[in-house]
Structure formats: C-alpha cells, structure tokens
Design a protein around this ligand. Structure first.
Ligand SMILES: Cc1ncc(COP(=O)(O)OP(=O)(O)O)c(N)n1
Ligand code: TZP
Ligand code: MG
Length: 225
C-alpha cells in the first residue's frame, strides 16, 4: 500500500468529450453540456476528427473548460495540447511515450498514461506521469480494448499498490461509479453513460454526486468523518 499522493487532477468524476459517440452532436456542444453538469476534469478524445478541425475544436473546448474552471486534457496529441494551452494530455501505448509528453509539456503540464497493472503504474511514475488510466474496469463498446476486464477487485488490487493516482475507465456508469470510488479510484472516467444520456448535464451531476458518495463511503468505513 502506497502513501496517498497529491495530484494536479481534482479527485472525482472525469468525463470524456468523445467524437465517436453521438457524432451528430458537435464536440463543442458536448463540452458545453458536460460543463453545464459541473464537470471538473474533461478529456477531449478525438478519434475521427480531421486534424485541422481537431485543432479548432480543441481551441474552443479548452477555452470553455478554462472559463468554467475545469481541467482540460487532450487525448493522444501533445501537439494539440501545446497549441491550445490545454492543461495536459492522456497518452497510451500507441501515442508519444510519457517521457516525451513530459519533456514537451514541461513540469506544469498534466500527463496521464494508460496502464494495465502495477508494473505499468510504476513505469508511468518513473516516466514522469501525474496519474494513470486503468481499465477496462467493466465491459464497454466505446473502445475495443485488447486487455481483460479487471472488475472491481482487480482494479482495487492495482490501486492499492499504485504509486500514482488511478483513474478507472471502461464501462463506468451511474450504477457502478460509487463502487469505483470506494475501490480507491482518484477518478471515474465516463464516456457513453454521460454522452448518450437524454439529459447530459443532469447525468454528469448525478455521476459526480455518486462518485463523491462512494468516496465518503470509504472514509466512513475507515472510521473517518
Ligand atoms: C483516463 C483514460 N484512461 C485510459 C484511456 C485510454 O487511452 P489509450 O489507451 O491511448 O486509448 P485511446 O483513448 O487513445 O483510444 C483514456 N483515453 N483515458
Ligand atoms: C477510452 C477507453 N479506454 C479504455 S475503455 C475506454 C472507453 C470508455 O468509454 P465508456 O465510458 O463508454 O465505457
Ligand atoms: Mg491514446
């Protein structure tokens, strides 16, 4: 068990503003709805947006996040993060390595890295990452992931020994996010459960409250406040 670590990322709900879900809705509108629901951490995940359009969209979304006081991370692209003044990036094994992301962003930039286990989390720490994204926690259709589903117990086991704050991802929903928080997650990353909701802003509100309730559940069980 590692000692608690401080993080540039606020603990709580972590939303993905994703271009593969509801492609009929512009990303800037999705970001507006997610922020209206009180999102504090947003990752802009553009998998099918042409690069020049992605740059323009990222400029809009980063500005909206900054106005709302939310942290904005760009998925995959360190260049877009630098050009738009985003707070940081999230990178996985098909992206620039975390050492390179850190070098380009400098000490203040937030670097998140996808990992599958404790060894990955330690390597991410050594590479200068601020947090790790760990999944898939549950089944998901948003991304085809070539790794086994961890489930809550597998997730909690990695969290216990991770030297970095852990954001859980993959199939996180309103139904399970409190348990993800209670398992020790620093963040619960949600894409489809928020973006496919009839009322996106209201769903974000409920998800954030449920995560916080899960955190409190843990501290109560630990004899805390
Ligand atoms: C918080 C968080 N964790 C993991 C991922 C997955 O990143 P990656 O493995 O690079 O896959 P893509 O999202 O790029 O398809 C993530 N995006 N966010
Ligand atoms: C990007 C990513 N990486 C692992 S699962 C996933 C998608 C998460 O989306 P959802 O919240 O809809 O399961
Ligand atoms: Mg990636």
């Amino acid at each position: 068990m590692n000692a608690p670590v401080s993080s540039p990322l606020p603990r709580g709900l972590y939303v993905l503003c994703d271009d593969t879900l509801r492609p009929d809705v512009p990303l800037a509108r999705k970001a507006e709805l997610l922020l209206a629901g009180g999102a504090r951490v947003m990752q802009l995940r553009m998998k099918r947006t042409p690069l020049r359009e992605a740059l323009a969209v990222a400029r809009e979304v980063v500005a909206a996040c900054r106005r709302a006081g939310a942290v904005c991370l760009i998925n995959d692209r360190v260049d877009l993060a630098l050009l738009t003044g985003a707070h940081g990036v999230h990178v996985g094994e098909e992206d620039l390595p975390p050492e390179a992301a850190r070098r380009l962003l400098g000490p203040q930039g937030v670097v998140g890295v996808t990992v599958r286990d404790v060894a990955g989390a330690r390597a991410a720490r050594d590479a200068g990452a601020d947090y790790v994204g760990l999944g898939p926690l549950f089944g998901t259709t948003t991304k085809q992931v070539n790794a086994p589903v961890l489930g809550l117990e597998g997730f909690a086991a990695v969290v216990r020994d991770s030297p970095l704050p852990v954001v859980g991802i993959g199939g996180v929903t309103l139904e399970n996010i409190a348990r993800v928080a209670a398992a020790g997650a620093h963040g619960g990353a949600v894409a489809s459960d928020a973006l496919l909701a009839a009322d996106v802003a209201e769903r974000v509100r409920l998800l954030a409250v449920a995560f916080d309730r899960g955190v409190q559940g843990t501290s109560l069980a630990d004899g805390g406040v």
